[in-house]
Design a protein around this ligand. Structure first.
Ligand code: C2E
Length: 257
């Protein structure tokens, strides 16, 4: 796919980036716990593009902060549709965790959108931590001081370092879709997933399974004691306008902010 920096500039002018919301459920109760926000680009010529195809490009051309800011304002605009205590999770790119001004920008967007940051989870891939751990630690601490929760994703898929779990104040550990995919066919995958869930539990982290497509996978994750899950079994990513139907179908009772 050929994209150039003019495409990105045009995308901001035409407001082509938008968020989708994928339900996350509490495996113990089966109730809706919140949504993960996933970016999409509705490209004027190419149609809707998935993030794996455009995030690296947007990042390379220096627009990743603008993208996150634009998404945050659209996400926070959808907040009235996401009643308390439901949570929202967002993904950030590695370089944003190494940007000392990032927490202030999140705080500003949340204030503008009147969103309480104790309902926001920030998902961080492990690769972000490898470049400059002291800076990543300081940005992570600042996000925590704003009451955001931090989730480590992709753990165990690349060059994992256990000390990241010790040195960064994570609240959640995500079990990667690649492990879930092989869960029912490959006994080694089940053992690895069991070890990840147990590691998370012993570190007092909420464990989240992603990419659950079948009941068998969900049942195994319940058996292993995983806390939260998302995947096509529970719901595909949807537009903000579809959130109320999901919320009312799962009977979330709205509480005070
Ligand atoms: P991720 O955070 O691991 O997101 C999960 C991906 O799995 C999403 O792909 C989602 O649509 C897909 N998925 C969810 N349930 C299932 C399932 O049951 N089966 C299968 N096969 N797939 C499922 P998507 O939306 O294409 O996002 C890909 C990645 O792009 C995300 O991975 C995340 O790392 C990144 N990303 C998404 N939005 C943003 C963003 O706003 N900023 C940054 N920096 N990265 C983003």
């Amino acid at each position: 796919m050929f994209l150039d920096s003019e495409d990105v500039r045009g995308a901001f002018l035409r407001d082509e980036f938008f968020p989708l919301f994928q339900p996350q459920v509490d495996l113990k109760t089966g109730r809706l716990a919140g949504f993960e926000v996933l970016a999409r680009w509705n490209h004027a010529r190419l149609g809707v593009i998935a993030p794996d195809s455009f995030i690296p490009f947007v990042q390379r051309h220096g627009f990743i902060n603008s993208l996150t800011q634009r998404l945050l304002s659209r996400i926070f605009a959808a907040v009235p549709l996401v009643p308390n205590p439901l949570r929202l999770s967002i993904n950030i790119s590695s370089i944003q965790l190494l940007d000392a001004s990032f927490p202030a920008r999140v705080a500003e967007a949340a204030e503008r959108g009147s969103f309480p940051l104790d309902r926001l989870t920030i998902e961080i891939t492990e690769s972000a931590l490898l470049d400059d751990l002291p800076l990543a630690q300081s940005v992570a601490k600042e996000l925590k001081s704003l009451h955001c929760r931090l989730c480590l994703e992709d753990f165990g898929t690349h060059h994992s370092r256990f000390f990241h779990l010790r040195d960064i104040p994570f609240d959640e550990l995500k079990v990667d879709r690649s492990f879930i995919e092989a869960l029912t066919e490959n006994p080694a995958s089940r053992t690895i997933v069991a070890a990840l869930v147990s590691l998370g539990a012993s570190l007092n982290l909420v464990t989240v399974a992603e990419g659950i497509e079948t009941e068998d996978q969900a049942l195994i994750m319940i058996e292993l004691g995983c806390n939260l899950a998302q995947g096509w079994l529970f719901g595909r990513p949807v537009e903000a306008s579809d959130i109320p139907a999901i919320v009312s179908a799962t009977g979330v009772i709205s509480a005070q902010r």
